[in-house]
Design a protein around this ligand. Sequence first.
Ligand code: G6P
Length: 611
Amino acid sequence: MCGIVGYIGNGETQQILLEGLKKLEYRGYDSAGIAVFTEQGLEVTKSKGRIANLEEKLEGTPLLGSVGIGHTRWATHGKPSDVNSHPHTDNSHQFSVVHNGIIENYLDLKEELIAKGHVFVSETDTEVVSHLIAEEYDGNLVEAVQRAVKHMRGAYALGVLTSHEPDKLVAVRYASPLVIGIGEGENFIGSDIPAILEYTRNVYILDDGDMAVLTHDGVELFNLEGKSIAKDIVHIDWDLVTAEKAGFDHFMLKEIYEQPKAYRETMLGRVSEDGKSVDLSKELEMNDEYIRSISKVHIVACGTAYHAGLVGKSVIESLARIPVETDVASEYRYRSPIITPDTLVIVVSQSGETADTLAAMREAQRNGARVLAITNVVGSSVAREANDVIATWAGPEIAVASTKAYSSQLIAFYLLGLHLARVLGTKEEAELTHIIEGLTALPEQVESILEQASVLKQVAESMSHHTSLFFIGRGVDYAVAQEGSLKLKEISYIHSEAYAAGELKHGTLALIEDDIPVIALVTQEGLFEKTLSNITEVKARGAHVFAVTNQGFEAEVAKSVDEVFAIPKTLPVLTPALAVVPLQLISYYASLALGHDVDKPRNLAKSVTVE
Ligand code: G6P
């Protein structure tokens, strides 16, 4: 997704912008550019592709100045190209803009501007913004931006420069995140904190409709009516080192190995010290009376977070006995869901900025539902707008393919399920304690799986030359199969499908042919025999079956499959938090064997802030 960085001060502007953009690479992008006010005026250099391409362009002709803006673009309006990259300028080259989000009425605005004589060179909505600001300018940039945004509909985080007022950098936010970094004699803007963390830990987090005017010496904050506003400075105490690879070849591998730690952190302070109870009442605003009034739960999320929601459904239904529906966020709003005041809507989002998830959440709130967010980014839009938040505390996740964020979302669902079950009295105390014991054993059990990574590497390598494969499972195994399949597709580009094991024979069995790999999840004790007979069906058609099962059952399962991998024994409801780990490793090693860019798969973005 797009990234913004901006700088004003006496430091090395170009370098600061480029370094900031590199810190945002993890968001996914297809082009990059910077604009700096130099002795020649406002100069822009941009390039399709990686930041390295931009650096190459700048090598002979650096942009020297003390104010600049930079951008990594992930194409929405118009293909990835030099000309569609940001920053965009107006016809006079006096105004330059970087933008995250989408201006929904840009075509109407463009038409009006063309009628006034503006000439456009790109296909983007952002170029319209630079022209609009130029059109509104009559000697005061701040007022011009205020007037311009009044014409705009949609989502925007903007960084704006003009050569008329080169001592100023203007930033404004509406429905797309933006932070202001406060330095000494220098100030910064960033769409994400990592972009500026190397230079300052003191930030303002802008809210919708906030505007910041940065000079060398200070930052002034306004609303869109031009009224001065006050905000607390937030001190960021997390470290950039945690966002670096720490000796692993890829962020994804590092993040897979961080899962035991992430599980512990997610449970920290939520499971009592004696390990016997779970209590979220300190952090949840919802009280017991509200919990008793919940008639149904909707879980809404995108991508991997949606897959965590599928497990969450089964956790809440089995522990708290509340009916749960699970939806992908991009569908939820448009199916007229029946949302009543006693519907608890749970949104799940690693980044807390996914546009579809945010929109679904707002729709739910408009309909009177209470929204609980499970997110990894405290301070994100989702976290700030939800009525209740369970932070997953997994730490920054950089690889586009989500691993520790997903699995810590599972832990959050277990904690929530246990909390609801206690309040509602749907499970005996002893049974809850038994589940909590299982939960607290998970981190060590994941460690034992990670120790067997080399076995999974071999499995992955042998599968990597296939063009298609299947994942099958029943119950929560099917939910995990879907996540395993998505992970493989995302980073190895091998086509795969996840199927409910019993559904295979209703059509897709036709695709099972000699030697096709099938990854079967067989961890649900009550469903063993059923799943094994489905495995027999694919074996009979020549499939090569790799099964993930529980320790103690390897010998039994081995009779029906070609290879078995055993995860440590746990309660059926908890197996997803273990079973997903071998699947993550298989995806990682398959991608590696095929020589792909593991952390930045093609066409995908870490955080998708457009609908
Ligand atoms: C993108 C990412 C996925 C992620 C999804 C939801 O599509 O590529 O990995 O699962 O967004 O993101 P969120 O931040 O809301 O969990």
